[in-house]
Design a protein around this ligand. Structure first.
Ligand SMILES: [Mg+2]
Length: 371
């Protein structure tokens, strides 16, 4: 057993993490949709000055790699077929794959359209073995999309990510807790996730070729050599990586509100508050480049009764002035003239949401009244 994993710092019980990675995703989608491309060396991307976004396995045999300039790719593989990317199609398949993941767990952290971490320590199907889950997921992906995926399974994201590369394509690899040390000590340094080409070359000149060479270096030494990354290398070669699987939640609204020390009632005062809330909202949105089509005014009266009124428009509310003007209109529709303890403004129907949700919410009438 790896002694570091028994450390108090390590979250107990041990996690079960899967990294799923589609095989040559963009290229495989193109070969799936156009049978004439199957079995051929193809590269997605290109153009005269472009780069390769993805290469089929047939092209990889010739040394064609993603992020390689198209010119170099063509030199290495003169019969290479360039295909234009179709991102809408990749996204469509990607969302199919994600919904398969979510049948097992909601702790899904996508890294890109074609790979994701899953925390299956507790899973919706109560399957004990993460290895079995990975096999099932890969089978489901193949049945539903016709594409193959590879998977890595272990106790943290780092190990799962490294493992998914081992039996690629169309394979999986589990690194059991008892085998972590041995596995990492023998792993070539360029296979460590987080060690790029430049760092790998640098390590080679320092005679660090595999995990055991890296492990022989002290933390001090590594920090001197690699700065902040030093500690990361020191930890991961010992199998330590405590990053959690973080699902990307879609933000549905942005809100600002103010509770008043003394309840307010005067028109002028309320007008001032609406103005400052509008400015505050604008500032909050500006930082994140978020826009929204529904503005909601929230009023909490002295007696704690709460009212919200919304306006939804076809185009995005753009700035504080628009928020303020609309907030004023909504204010005019208030049901009571009682003293107020809280005012709030929120924007929803955001440009960050799925298109589907936006179209549903567009049906909200001009001045919705709800509590
Ligand atoms: Mg991939």
């Amino acid at each position: 057993m790896n002694p570091y994993l028994c450390d108090m710092d390590f979250p107990f019980p041990q996690r079960k993490i899967i990294h799923v990675d589609m095989d040559a995703f963009y290229a495989s989608v193109e070969q799936l949709d156009d049978p004439s491309l199957r079995g051929k060396a193809i590269a997605v991307g290109g153009g005269h000055r472009g780069v390769v976004a993805a290469a089929s396995y047939e092209a990889r045999k010739f040394g064609v790699r993603s992020a390689m300039p198209s010119k170099t790719a063509r030199e290495r593989c003169p019969h290479l077929i360039f295909v234009k990317p179709r991102f809408a199609r990749y996204k469509e398949i990607s969302s199919k794959i994600r919904s398969i993941f979510h049948e097992y767990t909601d702790l899904v952290e996508p890294l890109s359209l074609d790979e994701a971490y899953l925390d299956v320590t507790e899973n919706k199907k109560d399957i004990e073995s993460a290895n079995d889950i990975a096999r099932e997921i890969r089978k489901r992906i193949f049945e539903e999309t016709g594409l193959t995926a590879s998977a890595g399974i272990s106790v943290n994201k780092f190990l799962a990510k490294v493992a998914s590369d081992i039996n690629k394509p169309n394979g999986q690899k589990t690194i059991h807790p008892t085998k972590i040390d041995e596995f990492l000590e023998n792993l070539p340094i360029e296979k460590f996730y987080g060690v790029g080409k430049v760092t790998a070359n640098r390590m080679h000149t320092l005679h660090i070729f595999k995990g055991s060479d890296l492990k022989a270096k002290s933390l001090d030494e590594l920090e001197k050599l690699f700065g902040k990354s030093g500690r990361y290398y020191y930890n991961v070669v010992r199998g330590i990586h405590n990053g959690e699987v973080k699902p990307n939640r879609i933000q549905k609204s942005v809100a600002v509100e103010r509770t008043f020390w003394d309840d307010i009632k005067e028109d002028e005062e309320i007008d001032q508050k609406l103005k400052s809330l509008s400015l505050e909202l604008e500032e909050r949105l500006g930082k994140k480049e978020i826009k929204g089509k529904t503005l909601t005014l929230k009023i909490k009266y002295q007696d704690f009764t709460l009212y919200t009124r919304s306006k939804t428009q076809e185009s995005y509310f753009e700035n504080a002035e628009k928020f303020y003007n609309t907030a004023k209109q909504l204010w005019e529709l208030r049901p009571f003239d009682k003293a107020i303890r809280l005012l709030g403004l929120s924007l929803s129907n955001l440009n960050t949401e799925e298109k589907k949700q936006v179209s549903v919410q567009l049906k909200i009438p001009f001045a919705e009244f709800d509590d």
